[in-house]
Write a protein that binds this ligand. Structure first.
Ligand code: HEC
Length: 93
């Protein structure tokens, strides 16, 4: 039972997790600790993502993009807002 519960909670940030925590839990493995990219493209200051509107970032995160998975089952709209705010803060450089 414990294993089932913990398996389900992997990839689901706490309801009140801030954007930084959500990024570290869901995104860091592919986009890097400093948002400089890796498996996925860079997301930080000077990146293509920094020049895109919020709607594009939200679309990519919730629907997935190419080989990036969709996170619509992991994030509610408040968590999504906090995650995008975090990316915008980091992109200021
Ligand atoms: C399994 C690896 C993986 C994970 C985890 C992942 N991504 Fe991605 N991401 C990618 C790849 C690969 C692309 C490029 C997709 C393409 O254009 O084909 C991408 C593209 C993006 C883009 C578009 C960037 C651009 O310049 O076009 C954004 C924004 C993005 N990811 C944000 C995130 C966020 C935020 C998270 C965490 C919720 C996340 N990604 C988690 C692999 C990942």
């Amino acid at each position: 039972m414990f294993l089932v519960i913990s398996a389900c909670s992997v990839g689901r940030p706490a309801d009140d997790a801030d954007g930084d925590e959500i990024y570290r839990q869901l995104c860091v493995s592919c986009h890097g600790a400093d948002l400089s990219g890796g498996i996925g493209p860079p997301l930080g200051h000077g990146s293509n993502a920094a020049r895109q509107p919020d709607e594009f970032l939200e679309f990519a995160i919730m629907m997935g993009l190419g080989s990036m998975p969709s996170f619509s089952s992991s994030l509610d709209e408040h968590q999504l807002d906090r995650l995008v705010d975090y990316l915008r803060e980091e992109q200021k450089g």
